[in-house]
Design a protein around this ligand. Sequence first.
Ligand code: SF4
Length: 440
Amino acid sequence: MTDQPTGRVGIVSLGCPKALVDSERILTQLRTEGYEVSPTYDGADVVIVNTCGFIDSARAESLDAIGEALNENGKVLVTGCLGMDEGLIRERYPNVLSVTGPQQYQAVMRAVHDVVPPRHDPYTDLVPPQGIRLTPRHYAYLKISEGCNHSCSFCIIPSLRGPLVSRPVFDVLDEAEKLAVSGVKELLVISQDTSAYGVDVKHAAGDWHGKPVRAHMTDLARALGDLGVWVRLHYVYPYPHVDRVIPLMAEGRILPYLDIPYQHASPTVLKAMRRPAHQEKVLERIRAWREQCPDLTIRSTFIVGFPGETEEDFEFLLDWLAEAQLDRVGCFRYEAVAGAAANALDNPVPAEVTEDRWHRFMAAQQEISRGRLAAKVGRTLDVIIDEVDEEGAIARSSADAPDIDGCVFLNGETDVAPGDIVQAHIEHSDEYDLWGRVAI
Ligand code: SF4
């Protein structure tokens, strides 16, 4: 056996959780082949930069990261969404060694082999069966499909990542079970469009522990709910069949949490965005969901300043928001993304108007969020511990996805460990977070 690793590879991972999962796949493959992962530029034989190309600010950040890796190390392989625009990258950085698009794991590995050839060593093939993850040990992202069949006019993801391709249901459940066995306590289900899962394979069933499970969001959620870990659904497109996962949340099989991007409320703007435009019905459905599952947390994202958005459209959105009382909301200022159909729309909204609307939107949502969190004071909630230091613990409830939502601060509670799920008595709130104590 050799005690020298095959080579050391650095990786810079930018972008959304889907890109993070791509980085994890690349890392898993590197470790499978005996490469070591270098945490510094200095120690790496080559650096992979996994880029994001979604909006202009993310493209700029990706280009900066490539420049930094070239300065610090010199041998750089670019992959990910920005890799679709190879001309742009090569024009700015002619010295990058290779450029590949998203999910091109094999091509990335070939490029690594060209710089640092693999050495066969059976002892370095040992990789934990759940693969290598970049998230903390107690939660993990579970990617169920790639691509998207929609054509929202502001989005270039379908042209970057192609149409929907669902992973076989057995593969998804097998990975989820391995993660649960390895100690993961929370699975975050991600894709471009979680509610479309299995549409491309006509919801073909797979065998799971002797029982058929269809490649369908409801069946998958039910089967994941049997693993005894928290299951959180992200990026759920507002299709009617979303109604069917609410009973699973009410029964406690999966977390009562829906991340469902509504993007706007005005029918005119939604039509221009090429999104479903029946907001009255959406309000009725939200009411019905909350009747069935009173603890349901709804997270959503919106875009303000979309071309053609009038003051009337924007006020419609604010009124709708007041009615909907969503729990967690993100708001983006519209940005013209190179290649998006929306760029050709008339009546762009001036930047200062977009800015003003963004502030008004955020102020309105802050008040809603403050009220909804205040209603939790005095309750006892299950929370998962993320971090502990000498001052106390930081946890999350079912209402809080990591990195994007709030926290539950447990000041002075040091007798817990990351991944523990404990009950917390909530004593205080503000517009984003909660404070409490571990309930005895
Ligand atoms: S559903 Fe999401 S990924 Fe698909 S086109 Fe619309 S915004 Fe883009």
